[in-house]
Design a protein around this ligand. Structure first.
Ligand code: TRP
Ligand code: ZN
Length: 898
């Protein structure tokens, strides 16, 4: 008997092909919110490549079994149980018809078939299809689907499913139907249906081969004025995949549907992408520049899945990064190309910096804790917990390394071979690696370790200049430092690390690069070293002067580089490195080092001070008009409190907050005139433009405003922010002004101006849920003070009539924002944040385990904190562990406490 207290672990090593295959599926839905009847007719046969099984075991959850028939005759040997349906002694090859009932109205998990805003939606990845009908709900079972939807015509005038519309028409009793057919074989996780009162923005475009395609963005009627940007992003995505990868849209019709209750960002269902409204709806009044950029990225991401995920899918869920890492890489490249084309390196660097910042802040932290896992995990309890930063973001870095090794053309050759070999199949990460290796004639056996080793590699660098011989040697050593226990178990040997390097001369210009053994310097001043051994020395010759190394240019591998730069050297790199990523990186290193020193002092109560040379280095960036505004904004933004806390031997959020605030105030006061000048210079008067240039100006201007709000006397900032708030014609400026007002007032426990703006913001956008999410989030992430702790504000807001725990966006806007994005307030010494966290995880666990498990993760690094905080977090984790029911949350808290 299985021990019910220990959830079952699923292991990659246990993979076995399915005993049966399903070739075709015909689904009929009678859609009624509390009682939807599903009739499912399948062509089933034994899998010639699997060992014999006499019983057919179908997965099913939360279903009411009604009947089974084989080849038209009632079948008595069908037994429904908690996990599905067992059909005993089935024939070799047969038609199976099953009828079952589900309850979409009561489905708060948002997995399977559910009702949101009175409309029907589905979410099947990873294992939601089994909540709709009994099935072999695993990605290596691929079938063609025909779907018939029947529903009340008045209540559900629009009926959508995957593929092409075959017919539609009226039925008796005010009902109607639609029949859809998807010509492509697909796994069940890509099935979708939508039914309800929706309208569409439509566009017809011609694809590369001249075929006409119908594009639709479906939304609730009042949101039609917020669909243009999503449609433009979709058209750009279609064009981009044709030109960069030669991949064409393979259906006559492509639909995007927006839904406000959704667990994640969006879902790539074949021909019928379903999106969180947050990643569809935008106009200048309601959406920030960041929202616009995110929409472009997510629309691209889901569209690109049509080839990387749908046409070629995953054999099993351990291969998730095969589609996710690759598709994130593709969406990152798409956004970079949209911003800067193939050649505008500065514009591309902005995107690269933003992506690396996310990776380092989130994925490195994941790798340092109890959830550390390889890009291709070895085991899981609940697959939904493995849609992680590692699978997505580190997975994307792993794919990027192929491109760094082989160049854009070599990468394209590998992609071409991958599709040639595997179109229509469910495959593995190894299949992808082999395609890249074979297309480029290179053995990538060692590269496999990037898929199987967890933890963040560390590369330490030693350099030596021999003036007499004009030789410069760079010795690289790789290892994992003291990795988290979860990561340590997986480590087997050195990685193939593409390590990009440049050498910079005294005048700030790049030096020519000639490695020992080469006859002349190469044309490029950046060299990608093949770093394959635990320790390896690369010697450059004909180096006329002692250079300063520019290491890991453009972040050529997801590693931590350890090298002892002096503060002066970092300031020099910040001013001169030809690699824009490393220019930014130099500033971050400089700031991180200062901030960690200050945080250390803050823990012991020593007065804080910041060297003038550091202020001067930042002043140079602030006033350097030759740099793009978006780059300056990124360079002047200090590393986040969460990132800094994680770098401490013992995380101390209060000390980090004190240090970071001290530096912000110091930079604000010392450079007051420059911030003001930048604020004035980068205004964007006139109509709102969503271009990268205009958004760069807004970003820099609003960063200036946020620094000005730190001034000892914030009166001027308050005046500017109030005026900006009132005059704003776009959400970027309005929300930045509100945020500045809140923060300027924090030290005094609030201000009239801040309260007025908050009230105005609510009234103005009461009917726009996505904007009200921002209203909650701004308050949850605001700076607090002793007389006005943010937890009290958050508790009050939980009782606000607009708060709703069942809506994931709303829950995230208030609860997650506070627990994960306001560390100094959340980690209050009195444990009030942790008690709140425990209550919310337990409440969410009963509603939506996927969302609860995400929130549960915000305490996973608890062992790394100061003793008082550690004890408080452990107690909260134990409380949650003793009360939660879902497999999702149990896996997280049990791993955290193990
Ligand atoms: N495959 C989706 C993507 O990356 C994400 C996804 C997986 C998802 N499971 C989900 C989205 C559950 C919503 C709900 O694009
Ligand atoms: Zn994806």
């Amino acid at each position: 008997m299985a021990d019910t207290a220990t959830p079952n672990v699923i292991r990659r090593a246990d993979y076995a092909p399915p005993a049966f295959l399903i070739d075709t599926v015909a689904l009929e839905f009678d859609l009624v919110p509390e009682r939807t009847v599903v009739r499912n007719t399948m062509r089933v046969r034994r899998n010639p490549d699997a060992s014999h099984a006499s019983n057919l075991e179908l997965m099913g959850e939360q279903l009411e079994f009604v009947s089974a028939a084989i080849d038209g005759a009632p079948f008595a040997n069908a037994h429904a149980h908690e996990h599905g349906l067992t059909l005993e002694n089935v024939p070799e090859n047969f038609e199976l018809t099953l009828t079952s009932i589900c309850n979409p109205a009561e489905n708060t998990t948002l997995s399977g078939l559910y009702v949101s805003g009175g409309n029907f939606f589905t979410q099947c990845e990873a294992e939601g299809f089994r909540r709709i009908t009994y099935f072999l709900d695993r990605p290596d079972v691929m079938a063609t689907f025909t779907v018939t939807l029947r529903a009340s015509k008045a209540d559900y005038p629009v009926l959508l499913s995957n593929g092409n519309l075959l017919e539609e028409g009226d039925l008796p009793d005010g009902r109607h139907f639609a029949r859809w057919e998807d010509p492509f074989r697909k796994p069940s996780y890509l099935f979708a249906l939508v039914a309800g009162k929706l309208v569409a923005l439509e566009e017809r475009v011609k694809s590369g081969s001249g075929k006409e395609k119908l594009l639709q963005v479906w939304v609730e009627p009042h949101d039609l004025d917020k669909t243009r940007h999503a449609m433009d992003s979709l058209i750009n995505s279609i064009r981009w995949d044709e030109s960069r990868f030669g991949l064409e849209l393979d259906l006559d019709r492509f639909m995007i549907v927006a839904v406000s209750d959704f667990n994640m960002g969006a879902m790539e269902n074949k021909g019928l992408n379903i999106f969180n409204t947050k990643y569809v709806l935008a106009n200048p009044e309601t959406a920030t520049d960041t929202d616009f950029a995110n929409i472009e990225a997510v629309v691209g991401h889901e569209y690109f899945h049509n080839w990387t995920g749908n046409r070629v899918t995953c054999r099993d869920w351990f291969q998730l990064s095969l589609k996710e890492g690759l598709t994130v890489f593709r969406d990152q490249e798409f956004s970079a190309d949209m911003a800067g084309g193939a050649t505008d390196e500065a514009a591309r660097a902005t995107k690269r910096i933003e992506d690396v910042r996310v990776l380092r802040q989130m994925q490195f932290a994941e790798d340092a804790g109890p959830m550390a896992h390889p890009v291709r995990p070895e085991s899981y309890v609940e697959i939904n917990n493995f849609y992680t930063m590692t699978v997505y973001e580190k997975g994307s870095e792993v794919v990027r390394m192929y491109q760094t090794l082989f160049g854009r053309d070599g990468f394209r050759k590998g992609m071409d071979l991958y599709f040639k070999r595997h179109d229509g199949q469910a495959v593995t990460c190894d299949d992808f690696r082999h395609a890249l290796a074979d297309a480029n004639g290179r053995d990538l056996a060692q590269f496999e370790r990037w898929y199987s080793q967890a933890g963040t590699p560390r590369v330490s660098v030693r350099t030596k200049y021999d003036a007499a011989q004009q030789r410069y040697s760079v010795t690289l050593t790789q290892g994992y430092g003291d990795a988290a226990p979860a990561a340590r178990e997986t480590q087997k040997g050195p990685l193939l690390i593409p390590f990009a390097i440049g050498l910079i001369g005294k005048d700030g210009a790049d030096l020519p690069l000639q490695l020992e053994g080469e006859t002349k310097a190469s044309g490029s001043t950046t060299r990608v070293l093949d770093f394959t051994q635990t320790e390896q020395t690369f010697t450059f010759v004909n180096v006329a002067q002692e250079p300063l190394p520019s290491l890991l240019r453009n972040f050529s591998a997801p590693v931590i580089v350890e090298y002892d730069y002096s503060a002066d050297e970092l300031a020099f790199l910040l001013a001169h490195d030809s690699d824009p990523f490393n220019r930014w990186e130099a500033g971050q290193r400089l700031a991180t080092r200062e901030l960690l020193t200050l945080a250390g002092r803050a823990t012991t109560g020593v007065p804080l001070q910041l060297d003038d040379s550091v202020v001067a280095a930042f002043a140079r960036v602030l006033t350097d008009e030759s740099l793009s505004p978006s780059f300056r904004e990124l360079a002047l933004m200090l590393p986040s409190e969460a990132y800094l806390a994680e770098q401490m031997a013992e995380s101390n959020p209060a000390a980090v907050h004190a240090a970071r605030q001290f530096v912000r105030k110091r930079l604000a006061n010392a450079l007051r005139k420059d911030w003001l000048a930048v604020y004035e210079k980068h205004r964007t008067p006139g109509a709102y433009e969503a271009t990268p240039e205009a958004s760069g100006h807004r970003a820099l201007k609003n960063l200036a405003l946020s620094y000005l709000a730190e001034l000892d006397d914030p009166a001027e900032a308050v005046r500017l922010a109030s005026a900006q708030y009132d005059a704003a014609n776009n959400m970027t400026d309005r929300s930045a002004a509100l945020s500045a007002l809140l923060n300027a007032a924090a030290a005094n426990g609030g201000s009239v101006e801040a309260q007025q703006a908050l009230d105005d913001f609510y009234r103005r956008f009461e009917k726009e849920p996505l904007v009200i999410d921002k209203w909650f989030a701004l308050q949850a992430t605001q700076r607090g003070s002793a007389q006005r702790p943010v937890i009290e504000i958050v508790r009050k807001l939980m009782a606000h009539p607009a708060f709703n725990l069942k809506n994931p966006n709303r829950a995230r806007s208030l609860i997650f924002s506070f627990c994960a994005a306001n560390p100094a307030q959340f980690h209050a010494e009195d444990g009030s944040g942790y008690a709140f966290w425990a209550d919310q995880v337990i409440a969410l666990d009963a509603i939506n385990p996927q969302v609860a498990a995400r929130l549960a993760r915000s305490l996973e690094l608890w062992r790394r904190f100061t003793p008082t905080l550690r004890d408080g977090m452990r107690a909260a984790l134990e409380k949650v562990a003793s009360q939660v029911k879902s497999r999702d949350v149990r896996e997280i808290v049990e791993k955290a406490l193990a």
